[in-house]
Design a protein around this ligand. Structure first.
Ligand code: SF4
Length: 389
């Protein structure tokens, strides 16, 4: 990128002028990663100071049985497959209760699109989870699942959301977004919830007072222009509703370990590599710069590794996903040694070590607890330093 264009983009960002599609594509073409990170960090600092948000949550997948076979998904199983499972509601409640001692503030619930489970199972699950853990927020279901509930219940999304909210739903999850552009989407997504329905359902959720997250699955067969397009659609919808709380770029992952039955379900890995760390940092930075009206950008460390998660905090991210004790979708395992459990203390150390001040939040981004600022590295050189996988 020539110096003139760099200065022009800097001026736009500093004066708060909105970046265009062409600007986004030019930013992805820049090979000056430090410059890009610096610019995104300015925006992130203007919006969120030197704070890193996190929450203590538990991911719960009540069934892995799914009628769809999305190309990137290693989680789904067909009915009758060896490791297919569907939890009884009591089992889901027992699992959630087991986490109570962690001062859990949120349950994050995502499931396969089960062909036979009745619609009543879902509001009943929320009701019973809420009764068992009244202080825990329920962030549940992708727009894809809400669309599926329309089919199995005969109810409209509006009626479904009303019933789920009545049962304790506080937020939808941000999944099912992947890449909205049909040019890519038709090759990776096997369910029928595309931009029109995904945006319809989030718009509806926002109109009922829910704030929701939005994700983007990147680093597979898409090109930078598809990532820019994805963010611009969300930015436009945010102009309309103001209901998105956070953007979560998710790095596409290969399956590195065979499932129990030895079947590798991920069909994308023969066609693509994964995004490099530099490409991930670029994606965080460009996303922060382009999506100017979303308050937060989150790094989900399970899909990025802990070192990259720390670096992402200097490339636009201000939020880390919390103490995940169990996470299954797309992440049955990885080969980097990234743990799939983290606790509050680990997360605090990760944030301090990166030079930021941790703030624990709840699902609605209200502050639950503020922590001390980091001790400068110069003052802790004599201590053993942690190496993050
Ligand atoms: S991503 Fe979701 S809808 Fe697609 S196959 Fe996996 S579980 Fe099913």
């Amino acid at each position: 990128m020539d110096v003139g264009l760099k200065r022009e983009l800097e001026e736009k960002v500093r004066s708060g002028e909105r970046l265009t599609r062409e600007d986004g594509i030019a930013l992805y073409e820049s090979d000056d990663l430090a410059w890009l990170g610096g610019l995104a960090h300015e925006v992130r600092t203007r919006k969120n100071g030197d704070v890193v948000h996190f929450n203590v949550n538990r991911h719960l997948n009540m069934t892995n049985v799914c009628t769809a076979s999305c190309a990137y998904c290693s989680f789904q199983r067909k009915p009758g497959e060896k490791d297919a499972y569907t939890m009884r509601i009591e089992e889901a409640v027992r699992l959630a209760k087991a986490m109570e001692g962690e001062n859990l503030t949120e349950l994050h619930i995502v499931n396969g699109l089960h062909p036979n489970l009745p619609w009543r199972y879902y509001p009943r699950s929320l009701r019973e989870l809420k009764a068992a853990l009244p202080n825990v927020s329920l962030k549940a279901f992708t727009a894809t699942e809400i669309h599926h509930f329309e089919t199995i219940s005969g109810l409209s999304a509006s009626e479904i959301l009303d019933e789920l909210i009545d049962a304790g739903l506080e937020s939808l999850t941000g999944g099912g977004a992947e890449i909205f552009d049909w040019e890519v989407r038709q090759h990776i997504v096997d369910h029928r919830t595309h931009w029109e329905d995904w945006s319809r359902i989030h718009r509806l959720a926002h109109s009922k007072g829910l704030r929701t997250p939005a994700t983007m699955l990147y680093g597979h067969i898409e090109e930078p222009r598809h990532r820019v397009d994805h963010v611009l659609r969300l930015r436009d919808l945010q102009d309309e509703t103001g209901g998105f709380a956070v953007f979560i770029p998710l790095r596409y992952q290969h399956d590195f370990v065979d499932s129990a039955d030895g079947v590798i379900r991920n069909r994308l890995q023969a066609r693509t590599t994964m995004a490099s760390p530099a490409d991930s940092l670029r994606t965080f930075a460009v996303s922060r710069l382009m999506w100017d009206n979303v308050p937060h950008v989150k790094c989900f460390w399970v899909m990025h590794g802990l070192s990259l998660a720390q670096l992402s905090l200097n490339f636009g991210a201000d939020d880390l996903d919390g103490s995940v004790v169990e996470y299954k979708i797309t992440h049955d395992a990885d080969s980097y040694g990234t743990p799939n459990t983290m606790h509050r203390e680990d997360l605090l150390n990760l944030i301090w070590d990166a030079g930021f001040t941790p703030v624990e939040r709840n699902t609605r981004y209200d502050i639950v607890r503020e922590y001390d600022p980091p001790v400068p590295l110069a003052q802790r050189r004599s201590e053993p330093q942690q190496v993050w996988a």
